[in-house]
Design a binder for this molecule. Sequence first.
Ligand code: ADP
Length: 383
Amino acid sequence: MDALGPTVLVVNSGSSSLKYELFSMEPRRSLLEGEIEGIGGSDDDYTTAMERVFDALAEAGVLGDSCELTAIGHRVVHGGDAFADPVLIDDETVERIRRLALFAPLHIGANLAGISAARAVCPGIPHVAVFDTAFHRTLPEYAREYALPRALAREHGIRRYGFHGTSHEYVARQAALLLGKPIEELNLITLHLGNGASVTAIRGGQSVDTSMGMTPLEGLVMGTRCGDVDPAVPLLIRELTDLSREDVHRVLNNESGLKGLCGERDMREVHKLVDAGDPDAALALEMFCYRAKKYIGAYCAVLGSVDAVVFTAGIGENDPDVRARVCEGLEMFGIAVDPQRNTAPASGPRPISPDGAPTAVLVIPTDEEAEIARLTYDCLTEE
Ligand code: ADP
C-alpha cells in the first residue's frame, strides 16, 4: 500500500449516476474508474452507491481500508459568487453550496447527495469540493456582467459564471505542454464539444471569456440545449402557448439543440441522418458548426492573437468533419486544418494544423477527473 503514496478518489455525483476514479498522486496516475448507474431516487441511493464504490476499490485490491485514502474530491457544478477556488468541505460549506441550488437545482442536489454519502461512509479524511465555475473566476467584469439593472443583478448574483472549467483548464495545460511553452505566454481558444458544449478564451492561463453564462444554457448549440437565443423568446413562448414555466425550462434545456432541430441529440446519429439526405439534420450540423465558428471569431478579437485553438470532449476529440467545418474560412485568423492530420486515426494530444501555421489547431482529450484530483490535492497541500 505504501508504494501507492497519496491517493485521491474523485467523485462525480449526478442525477442518475455516480462516476468515480481513483488516482495515485505522486506522480499522478489513474488506478481504477467506474460508474454506478440507475440512482437518484433518494439520498439512500447515494449512500448505497458510495458503499459500492468502496466495495469495488476493495475488490480490485487497490486500497485495503477505504479510509486510507488521502482525500476525496467532489465535482460541484456551480460555485456561484461564494466559491472561486476548491474548498475543504465542512458543514458550513455544505450549507453554502445548498444555497446555490436555485442556479442548478438538479445538479447541485445530486452533487450534495454524493458529498453527504461520501462523508458518512468515509468521515475521517478531507473532502474537497471542486467547482465547474471556478476556472472562470478571472473573467473581467465587462465580460462577466449582463447589461441588466445593477442593483437587480447584484442582489441575486445574476451574471455569467461559465462552466466546464476543469476541462478548459486541463486542456489548456496540456496544450502548453504540447507546444513546449509556459502557459503564461499563450493565448488559447478551447472548445469543449460534448453533449454540453462551451468555448473559452484563455490569456496566459486565465479564462477571460466563455460562452456559457449564469447557467449552462447560454452559448453554443448543444445536444439538447438551445444556446444563445433572444432573451425575449422564452417569455414569448409562454405567451404564445399554454406551456408552464417548467415546460419552457424543459423545452430550452432538454428538447432543443441538435435534438430539437433534427430529433437526434447524439452527433454520430446526426451524421447518419445527414448522410441519408435528411435536411433537418444537415441544418442542425451546419448550425452547430456555425455557432462554434462565430465564437472563435469573437475570441480572436478578444485575445488579439491566438497561439492555438484546442478541440476536446466527445465531438471535439472524435469528429473530424465538425472540426473541419468549424475551422473552414478562418484562414484570415491563421487558423487552418490539415485534412490528412485531421482525419488520421489517432487518440492522443496532437496537432491537426499544417506545419508552420500561425495558429496551431490541436486535439487534446480532456480528463476532468484527473484535473479534479490535481486541484483536490493542491487544496490539501496549500492548507
Ligand atoms: P458529456 O460528457 O458532455 O456527456 P461527451 O464528451 O461524452 O459528453 O460527448 C458526447 C458527444 O460526443 C455525443 O454527441 C457523441 O455523439 C459525440 N461523439 C462521441 N464519439 C464520437 C465520434 N466518434 N464521432 C462523432 N461524435 C462522437
